[in-house]
Design a protein around this ligand. Sequence first.
Ligand code: BZD
Length: 838
Amino acid sequence: MQTVPNHQVDNLQIEDDRTGLSVECLKRAFLDNLFYVQGKFPKIATKNDYYMALAYTVRDRLLQRWINTAVIYTERASRTVSYLSAEFLMGPHLGNNLVNLGIYDQVKQAVSELGLDLEDLLEQEEEPGLGNGGLGRLAACYLDSMATLEIPSLGYGIRYEFGIFDQDIRDGWQVEITDKWLHCGNPWEIARPEWEVYVRLGGHTEAYTDEHGRYRVRWIPFQVIKGVPHDTPILGYKTNTANTLRLWTAEAPESFDFAAFNSGDYLGAVQEKMVSENLSKVLYPNDDSSQGKRLRLAQQIFFVSCSLQDMIRIVFRQNVPLEKFHEKFVVQLNDTHPAIAVAELMRLLIDEHDMGWDQAWQITQKSLAYTNHTLLPEALERWPISLFRELLPRHLEIIYEINYHFLEEVKAKFPGDSDRLRRMSLIDESGEKYVRMAHLACVGSHSINGVAALHTKLLQQDVLRDFYQMYPEKFNNKTNGVTPRRFIVLSNPRLTNLISSKIGDNWIKHLEDLKHLEAFVDDPEFCSQWRSIKSAIKQDLVAYIAQQNGITVNPDSIFDIQAKRFHEYKRQHLNALHIITLYNRIKANPDIDITPRTFIFGGKAAPGYYMAKLIIKLLNSIGDVVNNDPDVRDRLKVVFLKDYSVKFAQRVYPAADLSEQISMAGKEASGTGNMKFALNGALTIGTLDGANVEIREEVGEDNFFIFGLTAPEVYALKARGYRPLDYYHSNRELKAVIDRIASGHFSHGDTKLFKPLLDSLLYRDEYLLFADYQAYIDCQDRVSQVYRDRDRWTRMSILNAARMGKFSSDRSIRDYCQDIWNIKPVPIELGECIQAKE
Ligand code: BZD
C-alpha cells in the first residue's frame, strides 16, 4: 500500500489531552477514553472498562513517542537490531509503561481522585504469556534495555492466540487450562494489515534457465499463508525512544476461497482457512525438548519468513540497496528456533531478488548472529529430513548446498578427518536423517554466544567444540541480565524509594551505581529500614497465601523460594529432600530447635513431562502433611503457588529471604531468576552453575551460600561410574527421607504413587541429587544458623543488592552493541517531527 503525503497532517499539533502528563489532564483523558473508546460511563463501567480506559490513556502518550521514533529512524535509515524470537514473555504492559513514562505517581493520584485504586486496575491486565520461561523473558528484558539505551530495534515473533497455559492445581496435580489472553481485547497493539506478507509451504521445486542463461530454481508451493503484523510500542525508561515489537498472525490468503465456494465446497473453503490460522494458534509449552512436530516447524518458517520479508521491505523503503542489507540490519537469533533464517535469507536473496550465491552468503553471514541457551543435549533442535522436504523443499536444497561448501571448508582446515566431517555436518546421518539447527545457525552466523561465562566455556569445550575449533573468532560470551525497571522499580517500590532516598535515582539507568549503597551497610537506621521493608513485603505475601492457599504462614520464618519451570535438572526435588529431612528431625525430636521456614514453590511443568508433574504432586503432598502435622507446630510450611507468571513473579521476588538456584552444575545455561531475587535482597543458595558463578564473584563468597559438585566434578563422577544406591545406604538421613516417601507417608499409604520418582533416583539419578544431598543439607543448616543473626543477614542482603550492578540487561545490551551488533544509540527529540513542520 502507498503512503500518501499530507502536509496538513504534518502540521497538525497533537492536542494536549492525548499527550499531557499533569494529573488534571490525565483525569480528563481517562474519562474521555472511557466514554469515546470504551463506550462506557462511570455508572455502568466495570473494572475492566476502567483498566482499558487507563490503558488507552497511556497508549496515547506512547504513540507520540512511537511515531517520532519511527519518523527519525526512517529519515536516517538507522542501523537496526532485529531480535528474532519465537517467544516474548512481556508481562503486563500498563505498570511498566507508567514507570518508563515517569507518570506512575501522577496516574495513581488521578485515578484515586476519581475514586479508583491504581493497584486494582493494574491487577486487571491479562498478561501476554507468549513464552515458556527464561528465554522468552530475556527477550522482553532486552527490548526494554534496547529502548532505554536508544538503540533502534525491532522484536519479531509470533502473536500466539493462546499463550502459555494457565496452571491449576487439583488434588495436588497440575492441570492445564488454555490461556485466553485476548479475550477482553488488547489495547497495546495496532494491527498493520497494509504490511501483510505471504509465506509458502510444501509443494516442489523446478529448475529453469532465466533470460540471462542462468540456472534458477522456482518453488511451487502447496500452500500459502498470509502473515499480518501486530505492533506494540516498547518505550524506554525516561527516554523518548519507543521501539516496536512486531508479532505475526497467520491467516488464510483470502478470507474466502471463492473457487471452492462456487464449486459448492463451502466447508472445504472454511477448512483451508482454519488450517492456515492454526499456525499462530498456540505456543508450544515445552522448554526442553525438540519433538519434531510439523506445526512447530511451520511456525518457525512462518515468523522468520514474515520478518525477513518485512526487513527487505524496510530496506527498499529507505532506499538502501539490498546489497547493504547487513549494514541496515543485524539479526539476532534467540536460540535455534529462528535458525531457518539462514536458509530463508539465502532463498529470498537468490530466488526472489536475483542475487548470486557468494554475495548472498556474505550478506547472510554478516547479518546473522546466534545465541545458544542450552546445554541439554535433548534440547538441541533437529528436524527429520522427511518433514523438512515435505514442508520446505527449497530450503532443504539450499541447506544441502550450504553443507557442501561448509564441509569443503572443514576438509581444507582438517584434512583427512572424516569423523569430524560426520560430526559437524548440517545433516545428522547416524540413523534417520535430521537437519541439525544449531549447526546451521553456527555456520550461517558471524557470532555465536552463550549466556553466562561458564555456559560459553562449556559450549566451547563440549557441545559446540568442533565449531569452536573451526571458527574460534565467532565465539563470545554475553552474560544475561534483567531489567531493573520491571524487577525492582515496578515490583518493589518500597525498596526502590529507600535506595533512591540514599543514593538518588541514577541507579535505575546505571545499575552499577547501586554500589554506593555499601556506604550505608553499617548505618543501623538504614539497616533497620531495609529489614522492615522486607518484613512488610513478606506480610503482603502472607496475606496472599492465606487467601489463595488457605495456609497460615509465619512472616518471621525464612522465606525460602524456588520459582522457575519444573525440570529434573533444576532439582526442585532436592529441595523436597531437604524439607523432609527437617520434618524427620522434628518427628524424631519434637522439641528440636529449628529456624522456622516457609518453603515456597512456583512454576509450570511441560504438559507431557510426567516426572516434572510428579514432582509438583510430591511437593503438594508434602505440604498437605507437613502443614497439618501438630508436631511441626508451624515451624515448617510448604506452599505451592499456582499459575506462576511474570505478574506473579513480581510479587514473589521482593518477598524472598533465600533464593534456591540448585541445578546440577553444568546444566543451567545462566538462570535469570537468580539475578531478580538477589537484586531484591535475597541471599542465594546455589551450585556453581550458570550465572550463579558470576553472581557469587560479584557479591563475594561470604555473601553467597554455595554447595555441591562443580561441573568438572560432575563429569568425573559420571565417568567413574555413579552409584546412587551407595549414597542411599551410607547416609542415614538420606535413607530416612527416601524411606519416608516410599512408605506412603505423603500419599495416604499409597506406596506406588511416587515409586517412579524414587526408582529414578535410586537407580539412575541422572542429576546427582544423592551425590549433592549432604552438601546441600549442611549448607542449609548454615543458612538457618546465619538467619538467626538478624544483623548479619541484613548486612548480607544489602550487599547482595548493592553488588548486582553487572546483572542489568542494560549492561548485556551494551555488550551486544559493542561486540556483535556494531550499533550506536539514536536519541529521539520529541516534537521535532510531528509538530510545526513546514
Ligand atoms: O534461557 C533458558 C535457560 O534454561 C536459562 O538457563 C537461561 O537463563 C535462559 C535465558 O538465557 N532456556 C529457556 O528458557 N528455554 C526455553 O524456554 C525453550 C523454549 C522452547 C524450546 C526450547 C527451550
